[in-house]
Every structure is written in C-alpha cells, then in structure tokens.
Design a protein around this ligand. Sequence first.
Ligand SMILES: Cc1ncc(COP(=O)(O)O)c(C=O)c1O
Length: 416
Amino acid sequence: MKQLAVNGGIPVRTEPFPEWPIRDEHERKAVQNVLKSGKWGYPKWEYVPRFEHHFAVYHDAKFGICFNSGTSALMGALWAAGVQAGDEVILPAYTFIATAGAVILLGALPVFADIESTTFHLDARSVDEHITPRTTAVIAVHIGGRAADMSRLRSVCEFRRLALIEDAAQAWGAEWQSKRVGALGDAGIFSFQSSKNITSGEGGIVITDDEKLAQYCRSFCNCGRLEDKPQYKHYYIGGNYRLSELQAAILSAQFEKYPNQLRIRQKNAAYLNAELAKIQGIVPINVDENVTSNAYHLFLIRYKKDYFNGVSKNRIIHALQAEGIPAHPGYTLPVYKQPVFVERLFGARGKQDIAHPDYGNLHLSETENACSDEGIWLTQNILLGAENDMQDIVEAFKKIKNNIHELSEAKNAAPG
Ligand SMILES: Cc1ncc(COP(=O)(O)O)c(C=O)c1O
C-alpha cells in the first residue's frame, strides 16, 4: 500500500495553519475612531504622521514617509535618491516584479545581477561586475525577511558612489549586525500589502536618515508639494501616493501585535532550521551571525533533488501539499524571464524607445537554480503555528524522503 498522501495514503495533517491577517478589537476600534472623526486622509491626519514616527523609530531611522504601496514607496525612494530616466539600476531577479517595475516606471533601466547560492540574496561581487558609467543605484532586496549582506553591498556602493536602496518589503524587524534594516543604505521601503507581516490591505513606507531625501520623498508622494507651502503650488513632479487614515489606523493596531508575532516566528523557525537540516537534501537558508534578527516573512528552503532520487521541486511541493503542508514554489521565473521583460513591452501599446538590454537572452545561473530547482517557501502565517504544527512540517518532509521511491516511480507516469 502506498504511504504518501499524494498517492492515497493518510496525510500527516488535515487541520489548517493560522489564517492571516490576525485581527481583533484593536483594529476595529482604531477604524471606528477614524470613521467617527471624519478625518479620513490628508491634510486632516493624525494616524499617518504618528505611525510614520513610530515606524521610523522602530527601524532605527530618523524619517518615515507613508505611501499607498511598497511599489510607489520604491519609486519615491529611487526618485528621491536621484535616479532619472535612462539611468541603470542594479537589482536581483529573485524578487517580486515590483522591484524592477518601479525602476521601469521611472524610465530607468533594471540591470539584473546574480544572487548568492546559499542565501538567495544579491551577490555584491555580481553587482560590481554589472556597474557601468550609467549606473546610479543598487537595490538590495531582503528576501523572505532576512537581511542581505549590507556590509559588502554598502562598501561596493560607497566605493562606486552609488545610491543603495533597500527593498525591505518583506523585512519588518529584520537586522543586520544588530541594526534594523531600512536605513542601512540611503533609504529603504516596506510594504503593508495583504500577505505582509503587518498589513493594512495595501500600503508602504520609505524610511531614511537623510533629511533631504525624506523631503523629496514626501513631495513625490504628495503631488510635488512642499510642506508649509501653499496647497496648490507644486515644486516637483509627483503623484498622489498617500496612505489614508483608515489604513494607518489598522497599521497602528497591527504594529502593537508585531513584536510578539516576530518572537513566535523566530522560535518556530529556529526549530525548523535545526530539524530540517537533519534531512539530507533539505537545506535551510544559511544562518549568518550578522543576521541578528530575521523577520521570517518566508521560511526559505533549498531543496536538493539529488538527495531525493532526482524528483523535481514541483513534485515535492505537490506531495507536501497533499500531506497538509501548504508549501509554495515561490518565484518560479527570474524577473527577466517574465513575459514583459522578454518582450520588453514596457509601454501599453508597444515597445518603449529606450534601448533596454536583451533580457530574453540573459542567464544568471544561481537565480535560475533558485527559481526552477531549489527554492521552496513556507509563508509567515505558517510560522505562527504551535510547536506540534512545526513537528508536522518536519514529519511531512521525513515521510516524503522515506518514501521517495513512490514519487520517483511515478516520474515516468506524470509530468514533473
Ligand atoms: C520584495 C518586494 N518588493 C516590492 C513589493 C511591492 O510591494 P506592494 O505590493 O505593496 O506594492 C513586494 C510586495 O508585494 C515585495 O515582496
């Protein structure tokens, strides 16, 4: 009789993992306060400036500017750092499309560098190799909530006089060498979109220690206005990318829950790191003493199929899901392999004029390996489970490994 649930065996578990977002009376009361006050957004706002302040302080930064999404925050941070149309911006391709999309939306050119095989983070050596006289900025993505190697990236950027922007969309509370991410470079952005560790449905923020950069960001976010100037005078190009009071009220309530949730995720992740590492072929992302806090938006796993009879990542994920573990394949395409980049269709009705690199012929081996073969994700809500939930995850991996012949036998019968 077959053992694996994917082949009709009994699954390791059938109960769901914690649902997301977690919300209670605090969110409800905060939203009611705003509704009653009639102050729902700029220029009558209280929650937004208060949240900006609290968030910046929490992340060891001097300034915070809320935006209506992580994408618009990234556009604001890049623009405020001086990125202009035609400039080149270096970034990883193992990221969400928005990291590159923000660059394109400013008329600049994304230049993709490779990632480190052990962390899935931007590789400073590859960044160095991609710098040209047109490069003006580098975007470090703290993928999964674990800080990228900011020491090496910062020294490359300082030496080459490039702006360093952190895409910390997934990295609330993450630290590099005991300092929270976001203002380790020139500026950093966070996202409050639905899946994120703190959410208001949509939203984002830029943080920075640079007062001038903060002023540019605020102006970009607020239709090119300047504070203390007349409402209908516009000094820079910008848009309405503002967050509403209703969103900031929800964020304030979510923020209170965060330190405790972060602790639970970290405790569970430590257990998974220790137990999964005992299974040959399952490699949690490199533990590094410089990463003094990991936000664990994702628990990232490197799957080595050679230890699993060559069974593909997709087939393993399917088997895990059947065992009741909602494992996720993550980004299955590097950003440069997305149709929009292969075809370079950056204008709605055809190609843009700017000569973009031939993304379709680009190959970054570690990035492609992470996408197609190795990267398996467990999302942050899973890490909010109880100890026995984590034991089930380990159990499911072990069960699949012990019965791997059931999947390799089936290899010829179904596409992997
Ligand atoms: C790495 C990364 N960068 C940027 C973004 C964009 O954030 P948003 O969806 O809030 O625009 C996201 C989130 O979805 C992300 O995961």
